[in-house]
Every structure is written in C-alpha cells, then in structure tokens.
Ligand binder design. Structure first.
Ligand code: IMP
Length: 196
C-alpha cells in the first residue's frame, strides 16, 4: 500500500519513514515531490487535529491515500504556546524559535517549566474517510541547549522518559518515546483495523 506524506520538512519525513517502515513494513511512503505535488499547504487550522487533516487531504483530493502529521510544543507556563504556531514562533527558523522560547521563560522557575510535545497523525482516503491518532511526550524546558542531534526545539526539551534532551538522544531512543512515535503506533493500529 502506498501513502503520500504531506510534509516538506526533510528531517520530519525521515523520522516518519523510519518509524512507519518498522511498524508497517508493507507500506511505501512517497513524498509530495514523488507524487508530483508542488506548492505549500496552508496550515490555517486552530488545532493539531485540524492542521493534520488539512495537510493529508491534499494528496487525497488527487486520488492518493494522504498521510500527515501536525506537531508542536505546548508549554504550560505559556498557556500552551507556541502550540500550532511552533514552526512559525519567531518567524526566523529553529534557532530563533529556541531563543524566543528561552527569553519568554527567563523568569519562570525550574519547577514550572513543564511542557509537552504533541503530534496528531492522520490519514485521509480518496473517498474522504479519515482517521487520526494523537501522541504526547512530556518534559521540561531547560535554560540552555544540550545535545547536537534532532531538530526544532529538541536541544532544550528535557524528556522525563529519557532523562536527557531529545537532542542528546539517538534517533532510536527518541522514536520510542516521542510524540511522533506514540502517535504513529496508535495510528498504525487504527489503520490496520480498517485495511486488514
Ligand atoms: P509542523 O511541521 O507544522 O507540524 O511544525 C512542527 C514544529 O513543531 C516544528 O517545526 C518544530 O518547531 C516543532 N516540533 C515538532 N516536533 C518536534 C520534535 O520532535 N522535536 C523538536 N521540535 C519539534
């Protein structure tokens, strides 16, 4: 079975492909470029669920099974921000996003720096049938970056599962406890129950 993954983020595509191929080796994941779909997808939903379905609907409208994730970081002391705006928080990319987050949290004491990553994975079929699954990973926001790997907010997200930042974890370690890994495990269970 072939899916078209509606994302242009290369690191995210790689992570999703690795996790999906372990969970559902029979599936092939094509990129938007592989399917000849060009242009940006406007993410104008107000929840992770809405944005995930908006993205997965694009390949579905062209006859493919579209899959997509929408994810972000929700910080308790910031009332859930940056949330669905995580990628666009500073308007200036990953490093500036981290700088803005650290400065917003500058006066927040250690015990109140709790946060979670959220991921909602969805599949939209060409007949409009839709499934979604959510995963979360909990942690705290450090005061400075630690680790070299990963992407986005990984260097300042200290995982309470791993006892290190996501940027200090190997890809394997991160995938086992990450919001994306957890959403994908639930997503594959739902997908199997409708296609097997
Ligand atoms: P999306 O591509 O609209 O889902 O944006 C997700 C944004 O949330 C990314 O650009 C990152 O800023 C952040 N994000 C989501 N997942 C992760 C992760 O696993 N590590 C670090 N940052 C993440």
């Amino acid at each position: 079975m072939k899916f078209v993954l509606a994302s242009n983020n290369k690191k995210k595509i790689a992570e999703l492909r690795t996790i999906l191929s372990a969970l559902m080796p029979e599936c092939e994941v094509l990129s938007l470029a592989d399917a000849g779909i060009t242009g940006d997808i406007e993410e104008n939903g107000s929840t992770f669920e809405e944005n995930s379905v908006i993205k997965a609907s694009v390949p579905a409208k062209l006859g493919y099974i579209g899959i997509a994730d929408d994810s972000g970081l929700c910080v308790d002391a910031l009332d859930g921000a940056p949330g669905v705006y995580s990628a666009r928080y500073s308007g200036n990319g990953d490093q500036a996003n981290i700088d803005k987050l650290l400065s917003e949290l500058y006066n927040v004491p250690d015990e109140k720096r709790t946060a979670k990553f959220v991921c909602v994975m969805s599949a939209v079929f060409s007949d409009g049938k839709t499934i979604t699954a959510r995963g979360e990973a909990h942690g705290v926001i450090l005061r400075e970056r630690r680790g070299e790997d990963g992407f986005g907010y990984d260097p300042v997200f200290y995982s309470t599962d791993l006892h290190k930042t996501f940027a200090e974890a190997s890809a394997d370690e991160k995938n086992k406890v990450s919001h994306r890994g957890r959403a994908l495990a639930a997503f594959c269970d739902k997908l199997r129950s409708i296609i097997c």
